[in-house]
Design a protein around this ligand. Sequence first.
Ligand SMILES: Cc1cc2nc3c(=O)[nH]c(=O)nc-3n(C[C@H](O)[C@H](O)[C@H](O)COP(=O)(O)OP(=O)(O)OC[C@H]3O[C@@H](n4cnc5c(N)ncnc54)[C@H](O)[C@@H]3O)c2cc1C
Length: 376
Amino acid sequence: MLTYEDSPQEADFRAALRAWLAGHTPAGPRPLGGPERAAFDTAWHRALFRDGWMGLSWPADYGGRGLPPVYEAVLADEVGAAGAPPVPHSAFLGRALLHHGTAEQRRRFLPGLLSGEEIWCQGFSEPDAGSDLAALSTRAEPAGTGYVVTGRKIWTSDAAWADRCLLVARTDPGAARHRGLSALVVDMGEPGVTVRPIRQANGDEEFNEVLLDGVRVPAGRVVGRPGDGWRVAMTTVAYERGPADIGFSSRYARAIRRLAGQAAHADRPPAVRRAVARAFVHTEMLRLHVLRSLSARSDGAPPGPESSVDKLLSTRTEQLLYQVAMDALGTAPLLGDEGPALFDYLYSRAASIAGGTSQIQRSIVAERLLHLPRAR
Ligand SMILES: Cc1cc2nc3c(=O)[nH]c(=O)nc-3n(C[C@H](O)[C@H](O)[C@H](O)COP(=O)(O)OP(=O)(O)OC[C@H]3O[C@@H](n4cnc5c(N)ncnc54)[C@H](O)[C@@H]3O)c2cc1C
């Protein structure tokens, strides 16, 4: 049976975490972008890991605590309530290695990813392969005992400061398009890797174009078997689409608290208060839905197409929240430590694209969960 109240163990955990956050939440604002924000996020990531708050539901063998997944939701809750920076979201890439990697790959890569000692990025999208990922054309050709990778990736978040990339490339051009793909771990410092930052509408340069020109990758860096790339990619995006995995619920919780504080001022018209109340209801619904998703995951099985529901709810909540903030309160700095409202509002528009667009999530829900006929 599902319960939304803490068990005694969860309550103890929550109290300990709350005390830790009171003493360790960074005092200054989170920088809005660039290497300053990367350094700030990395320091926060390492502090969380050092004191045992990262990888709560990960196996202890790889630096985790082996707790039930619902503890991840408690973490997101408390981080949001404390106004602390978001929980680092790169863990979803590690989930792919947990499910598909060899024992050697897990030992080699997971501790660094979890601790924040190594920054990872996701090299899936290409200029002509986004929603239709199986159309990708980056090639990984056998060479000696490994592969040589050539191609072009785009929208690669954090690539400018990443140490490694989980990349999908075509290893068998003769196979059916979903079957000829493989997932590889590429070191970003290898000769032939060029990263070009892309400036976004909000002024940030979070994502990048990554050019791969004859990059050597040892055979031991293939995740899963050669030809398993599609399966590895689908596991990765299923985790990426769960709001608890990306730690966004904490961002929304923090934003709605600030917004409610602003709306409570006596001079705010009733329409503003109603809009904020509606955004609050969506945020709360999302929080409860995340708890339910995580409870369903407690048997250790990877999430499947149902994570598209999480993604749609999360996107709707984020966009509504920041739209209300803009409509109600204008562009003044109002959400506090996340920076000016305009920055957050602009970023929220990307929520219906990043990690797979809302149209694609609706098709997944229609076809794979509701079993509706495919559109012709
Ligand atoms: C902030 C942000 C961060 C990102 N980070 C990364 C990253 O780190 N790594 C990475 O690999 N990628 C990343 N991406 C890329 C993201 O995964 C893609 O942008 C997304 O999958 C859409 O692909 P596309 O941009 O090529 O759009 P397209 O696939 O060209 O889609 C264009 C439009 O057509 C619609 N459309 C396409 N096909 C269909 C269909 N079959 N049915 C209905 N509508 C359809 C789409 O919904 C969209 O509205 C990021 C994107 C953003 C915005």
